[in-house]
Design a protein around this ligand. Structure first.
Ligand code: HAM
Length: 420
């Protein structure tokens, strides 16, 4: 039997309601913060990601879906959106139209990771990117926005972790200090961390090996070697978060898996999703626009994983609103009225009622069973003696109260009854 590709999954109708609820909540909140939606292609030139995310990162070195197309161009299915948004920002000179661009997206991403709970090869992110301002107000806004969305979706058990990675020059000095500290411990580190020592020493903070974790506990922290500007801006961010009553933890070992970050970085984690606990991550990336060929400009953003959020909601036993019930099921009593029956339902559908009818020539009993299964609020019994008198019976399935309505204004009466 043909199956979906390993690590990808179908969203079946029973789950689509949850996705729709998430997407509409997310869009409403982005609108209230005045973020505009952007959509970019799934395919990009590979160089966009290797330059921005970084050659030595796990994403670029191990996880990208990269192939040569028929004209020998190296193409990659996007593993994240920040690089694509910055590419679009530069390509369409968005900064000349508006000096500040507040953008959001909800889109599919692709990473060839080992699938497990909360980790897929095709997954979906919603996120925001603000291009054009260095104000720490926006670093705070991005965190507040992410936190507000997660809370509005019904999540309770979440923790915000923040850190500052400083500007490139102060980070360079610190990286030498970190290397000096690690040198005598090199033989004790895991093989993976020894590799990172050469290529991306900061990422050793992310190691899952117990011995590495112990060694990194006593390592000098970047936060103690920040430049004055980063320090001061990080204070502003924290002050705003405190005034907005967003609880947060300072986590000096929070290093993100992508190279473009500077200054504020953050993650929001859930205790309810096992090892893949990061629901969302982001931060400032002031050097990225220049790195991709633009005139120096500022950027800050975040992205959150929808599948992981759904898993956290499920594990928190949060009940999501369910709009799948039906307003009205029309039961056909006499088969010879098929045409009139169909027109009756269509007229109600034009009034935006959620209406279902029988397409399978079922018995009246089977149609009533179907109406119950579809959780119809009302059932109309179309045909029989009432039809001969130009009437139709409307039954309220909650109260079992029946009304007999004249056919010519049945739609208005049903609309009134369903609405009340
Ligand atoms: P990221 O931390 O790589 O950041 O991904 C953000 C979120 O996407 C993660 O916290 C997680 O919820 C979800 N995610 C990542 N990989 C997977 C996967 N394989 N399966 C399911 N969910 C996954 C970024 O992507 C940055 N672009 C965020 C950003 C935007 N920074 C600044 N602006």
């Amino acid at each position: 039997m043909l199956k979906a590709i390993y690590g990808t999954k179908d969203v079946l109708p029973k789950d689509v309601e949850k996705w729709n609820f998430l997407e509409s909540t997310i869009k409403n909140i982005f609108a209230s913060f005045n973020y505009k939606e952007i959509r970019t292609p799934l395919l990009e030139e590979t160089g966009l990601f290797s330059r921005s995310i970084g050659e030595e990162t796990d994403i670029v070195s191990k996880e990208m879906y990269t192939f040569q197309d028929r004209s020998e161009t190296s193409i990659t299915l996007r593993p994240e959106m920040t690089a694509s948004v910055v590419r679009a920002f530069l390509e369409h000179s968005l900064s000349s139209q508006s000096s500040l661009n507040k953008l959001f997206y909800i889109a599919a991403m692709f990473r060839q990771e080992r699938p497990q709970a909360g980790r897929f090869r095709q997954f979906h992110q919603f996120g925001a990117e603000v291009l054009g301002s260095s104000s720490p107000l926006l670093d705070a806004e991005i965190i507040i926005l992410a936190y507000t969305i997660l809370k509005s979706l019904g999540l309770v058990d979440i923790t915000v972790k923040i850190n500052s990675l400083g500007i490139t020059s102060s980070r360079k000095v610190y990286l030498e200090i970190l290397k000096e500290y690690l040198e005598p411990h090199l033989n004790e580190l895991s093989e993976e961390s020894r590799k990172r020592f050469e290529k991306n020493v900061l990422r050793i903070f992310d190691s899952k090996f117990e011995n590495d974790i112990q060694i990194m506990k006593d390592a000098p922290k970047l936060i103690d070697h920040l430049d004055d500007e980063s320090k001061q801006e990080f204070q502003v961010v924290q002050n705003i978060l405190r005034s907005e009553q967003i609880p947060f933890l300072l986590d000096s070992s929070l290093v993100r898996g992508l190279d473009y970050y500077s200054k504020t970085t953050f993650e929001i984690v859930s205790d309810k999703v096992g090892s893949q606990s990061a629901l969302c991550g982001g931060g400032r990336y002031d050097g990225l626009i220049e790195l991709l060929g633009g005139t120096p400009n500022y950027g800050v953003g975040f992205a959150a994983g929808i599948e992981r959020i759904l898993l956290a909601l499920q594990n928190e036993k949060t009940k999501l609103p369910d709009n799948s019930s039906l307003d009205l099921y029309v039961v056909l009593l006499n088969k010879e009225l098929l045409n009139e029956y169909y027109l009756f339902a269509t007229a109600l559908r034009k009034n935006h009622l959620k209406v279902e009818i029988d397409y399978l020539s079922r018995s009246v009993k089977a149609q009533m069973r179907e109406a119950n299964k579809l959780r119809a609020k009302f059932v109309a019994l179309f045909g029989g003696e009432e039809y001969a008198e130009n009437k139709v019976v409307l039954k309220n399935m909650g109260t079992s109260v029946q009304q007999v309505l004249p056919l010519e204004n049945a739609d208005k009466e049903i609309l009134l009854s369903v609405g009340s």
